[in-house]
Ligand binder design. Structure first.
Ligand code: 13P
Length: 253
């Protein structure tokens, strides 16, 4: 099964650094086998230049967020129309750093998902419990609630694609993360699938949805996740901002 490897560069790189990492990766990407899909999500500042650098490669570009309206008086926001027009194909939505720092709610993420799909962009919906919730045995409840509130009322056809990224907040490296065990990730993908089965027809789920894992993924542990049969790839933060490390990670899948 083909695997997708998504790099979330967050706000780690300066514009100059983003260009230099992109130029190194475009060379590496020529040797990546066709069954691996690479997606880079740079900052908005570098977005257009990064699209240009990867233009003739098989690497796709994604945004780290978008707003839920296409145009209007929304100071500081970014339109899905522009991401699409500039060559973006994917959008990260509901990342825990946005939920925490900007009070993003499931309703907002729902609206962003809708506008993504209307514009032919592939949403990467991030869900995950924090350490407190995990400790209190609330993990499954939290994930089910996030998924239901984001996806309820979103109708899909087989031409839509949606990626669900299970990214436990406690596993993200910036929070001193410990990566989740493959057994736990395998269990969670079953919970996610059950929610999808409650919301959508069985026959469409495999066409539309992919489930991936994120949280302290490194070249050393990536294969533990990509080897899980129903996990379609990984979402990588810290280990994606250095071209050599990210190239090693891609090679290790
Ligand atoms: P790390 O890979 O640095 O843990 O970040 C994960 C993440 O938040 C990707 O969206």
């Amino acid at each position: 099964m083909s695997k997708i490897i998504i790099a979330n560069w967050k706000m780690y790189l300066s514009h100059e650094q983003a260009l230099s990492v992109s130029k190194a990766l475009v060379v590496f990407s020529k040797r990546v086998s066709a069954d691996k899909k690479i997606v880079i999500c740079p900052s908005y500042i570098s977005f257009k230049d990064v699209v240009d650098i990867f233009r003739d490669s098989r690497v796709s570009i994604g945004a780290q967020d978008i707003f839920w309206e296409e145009r209007g008086a929304y100071t500081g926001e970014i339109s899905a129309l522009d991401i699409k027009m500039l060559g973006g194909e994917y959008v990260l939505l509901g990342h825990s750093e946005r939920r925490k720092n900007f009070n993003e709610t499931n309703k907002m993420i729902h609206d962003k998902t809708r506008i993504c799909l209307e514009n032919g962009l592939i949403p990467v919906l991030c869900i995950g419990e924090d350490w407190e919730q995990k400790k209190n045995g609330q993990r499954d409840y939290v994930l089910i609630q996030q998924l239901n509130e984001v996806l309820e009322g979103i109708s899909v056809s087989d031409s839509n694609k949606i990626i669900i990224a299970y990214e436990p907040v406690w596993a993200i490296s910036a929070g001193g993360g410990v990566h989740a065990s493959p057994e736990e990730v395998n269990y969670v993908q079953k919970v996610i699938r059950q929610v999808l089965l409650d919301l959508y027809d069985n026959f469409i789920i495999n066409d539309v949805f992919k489930i991936i894992y994120g949280g302290s993924v490194t070249p050393e542990n990536v294969k533990e996740y990509t080897d899980i049969q129903n996990i379609s790839g990984v979402l990588v933060g810290g280990a994606s901002v250095n071209a050599d490390t990210f190239n090693k990670l891609i090679g290790a899948t």
